[in-house]
Design a protein around this ligand. Structure first.
Ligand code: S3P
Length: 208
């Protein structure tokens, strides 16, 4: 693998799907930029970079966490507290299934979406999958700015963070088509870099 997330307005996912769905062939042959999917650990900037990518490409920005929150009418932390993590993972998979066939999107995903193989397969089907990475210290500094991540509400958040990151690195690596390290870069620069890498990846894919 080479080194190198506008929210949905409608509540009904089907309505959005219909608006953004294009014939598969139109998406496949390089006449338009395919979807870009952003995966990566909590704090890597998927939403911020994704929004900028949407600005650069004209694609619509979607975020699986936001889609779930919209659908459930509850913040992520409340979903974890009331329904549990397994139910949240089911909601993630359900959102991805609904997105199948949608074109012209930049999709930011929750950090744990790659944990299910079915999800990985749908993400690849959707478009080019970029792993947004950054140094552990930077990631931790970002996630420490608020209490929004239920998985990190433990006695020793840094230890939990390190263990989780360590257990997921290889999964991001195998789930993604390419990696972009954003350490030291602003969100605008990172978005530019993702786009460059994405174009390179797509060009190689079309050439075969
Ligand atoms: C999670 C990451 C979160 C959110 C949920 C679970 C994870 O999204 O989906 O708290 O398992 O890593 P972000 O990656 O946007 O923080």
């Amino acid at each position: 693998m080479r080194e190198r997330r506008r929210g949905r307005q409608a509540k009904c996912p089907a309505a959005v799907s219909e608006k953004t769905r294009l014939p598969a062939a139109f998406c496949e042959f390089g006449r338009v930029l395919r979807n870009i999917v952003l995966v990566g650990f909590m704090g890597c900037g998927k939403s911020s970079v994704g929004r900028r990518l949407a600005g650069l490409t004209g694609h619509r920005f979607l975020d699986t966490d936001e889609l779930i929150v919209e659908k459930c009418g509850q913040p992520i932390s409340e979903i974890f507290a009331t329904k549990g993590e397994a139910a949240f993972r089911d909601l993630e998979t359900a959102e991805l299934r609904e997105l199948r066939g949608v074109c012209g999107i930049i999709l930011a995903t929750g950090g744990g979406i790659v944990l299910r193989e079915e999800n990985q397969a749908i993400l690849r089907e959707l478009g080019a999958v970029a792993w947004l990475d950054a140094s552990p210290d930077l990631l931790f500094e970002r996630v420490s700015r608020n209490q929004k991540r239920p998985l990190l509400q433990t006695e020793n958040p840094r230890r939990t963070f390190d263990a989780l990151l360590e257990s997921r690195r290889s999964i991001y690596e195998s789930a993604a088509d390419f990696r972009v390290d954003s350490t030291g870069l602003g969100h605008d620069e990172t978005a530019q870099l993702v786009l460059e890498e994405c174009r390179r990846f797509e060009a190689g894919r079309i050439r075969g």
